[in-house]
Design a protein around this ligand. Structure first.
Ligand code: PHE
Length: 433
């Protein structure tokens, strides 16, 4: 067992620290995929994710960041009522939870569909729904107040591990903490019979302050169990099979989020997985750690009713990914009540394909679209381009419609799109497909 020492952790570059509680500095780069860095690629170019506002001044009337003064005296999470006095105990030396932290419990930013964390959670759900229809059970409302046993013992965190210290973790009392990772729920969900699950939740860590660190952030845990039947025909042992499946699944997820990005696997250490890896992606001229993962320690499966099975697990930091995908410059913005940030109106996408002619230009197309949709059009983007055997070239454009002031109705957008199609056909003389 390699204990993580505080000094080693402090030496890690800032961007590596957000997920580093349980890992040590990368030991080796184990493999690399894809070609050269695609640093010019904008990550949201692929998904058309909305771009959130930068730290511009709040409009008149916007509420300030929520402070402890605004905190409710009790909140409810997943059917559990949590009162202030349940978690903040000023006179108890085994408690180190301040009011500022209590005020964040129950806010559940990841459950707000228009919040960048909610959008990201749903985008990851889409990937699992598309590739593993109906297989993964989803949890995003599990109570963040957990037993020390759940947070540490059940996932084999050694007794002397630095993450157990009062310096690193928020303790409610000697036996209870605010979970510092979503791995705290692995054992109970396994015991409940789940074999494929995603757990999203707020996690709490005492940490340094900078633009990418905040004592409350959000993680998504993924977990998948395999039975001997799954790997018996593969020619691999269970561990190799699970590791290969894990890497394939997560590379697919990274491409779903970031497009054709270069990525690499780095060997690391977590108490609950072996082998353990981190996935890094090449983004804006640097390698960015996006998640930790590995093949689950047999002991965890054995203790929770899955002897002879193997499993993989991953944990990813939602803020880390969202900051990159949505261009969010400071982690505090996730907690802003500014309406421009929390309830940005959703975009609506419409695709249109046609055979182009020699006179066709994209600018002419944009002029037509803007002439009809005005400022409701946010983006016109070529998403497919091919030439057939007869030499005819087809273009597919994706049009993003979005109002800055209101949600658009389906009917309204369908009308706009119908008009766009008609005028594109008659004015640009292209053949719609
Ligand atoms: N729980 C780990 C962390 O927070 C991430 C992780 C989850 C790693 C599952 C491996 C498997 O750092």
């Amino acid at each position: 067992m390699r204990p993580l020492i505080r000094t080693a952790r402090c030496c890690l570059r800032a961007r590596e620290r957000a997920m580093a509680t349980f890992s040590v500095a990368p030991a080796a780069i184990s493999s690399s995929t894809a070609a050269r860095p695609l640093s010019s690629l904008r990550p949201h170019g692929r998904l058309l994710l909305p771009c959130f506002l930068h730290a511009a001044p709040a409009p008149a009337g916007a509420r300030p960041l929520r402070t402890s003064a605004a905190a409710a005296s009790a909140v409810e999470v997943g059917g559990v009522k949590i009162a202030r006095e349940d978690v903040v105990k000023e006179d108890d030396p085994t408690n180190n939870v301040p009011d500022t932290i209590f005020s964040k419990i129950g806010l559940q930013l990841h459950r707000r569909d228009n919040h960048p964390l909610g959008i990201l959670k749903n985008t990851i759900y889409d990937y699992f729904d598309k590739n593993f229809a109906g297989q993964f059970d989803k949890f995003d409302d599990l109570c963040p107040v957990v037993a020390v046993k759940q947070n540490f013992d059940d996932v084999l965190v050694p007794a002397d591990h630095v993450s157990r210290s009062y310096n690193d973790t928020y303790y409610v009392d000697g036996q209870t903490v605010l979970r510092c990772h979503t791995s705290a729920h692995q054992a109970e969900l396994l015991r409940d019979g789940h074999t494929h699950f995603l757990v999203t939740g707020d996690v709490y860590r005492r940490d340094s302050i900078d633009s990418t660190h905040y004592p409350v952030f959000h993680q998504m845990e993924g977990f998948r169990v395999f039975s001997p039947d799954d790997w018996s025909g593969s020619g691999m042992d269970g561990t190799a099979y699970a590791a290969a499946d894990l890497k394939k699944t997560l590379e697919g997820l990274a491409r779903h989020l970031f497009g054709a990005v270069e990525m690499r696997w780095v060997d690391t250490y977590f108490p609950f997985t072996n082998p353990s890896f981190e996935l890094e992606i090449y983004f804006q001229d640097d390698w960015l750690e996006v998640l930790g993962c590995g093949v689950t320690e047999q002991e965890i499966l054995k203790r929770n009713g899955r002897t002879d099975h193997v499993a993989w697990a991953f944990g990813l930091g939602l803020e880390r990914l969202a900051m990159v995908l949505f261009d969010i410059p400071d982690i505090r913005l996730f907690w802003s009540n500014d309406k421009r940030f929390t309830s940005q109106f959703p975009p609506c996408y419409k695709d249109m394909s046609f055979w182009i002619n020699d006179e066709f230009t994209e600018n002419n197309l944009c002029e037509v679209v803007r002439g009809i949709a005005g400022d409701l059009v946010e983006e016109v983007k070529l998403i497919d381009n091919f030439t057939n055997k007869k030499g005819m070239t087809s273009h597919c454009y994706r049009i993003a419609y979005r109002s800055m002031e209101r949600s658009l109705t389906d009917e309204e957008i369908n009308d706009l799109q119908w008009n766009v199609r008609e005028v594109v056909k008659s004015k640009l003389k292209v053949e719609l497909r």
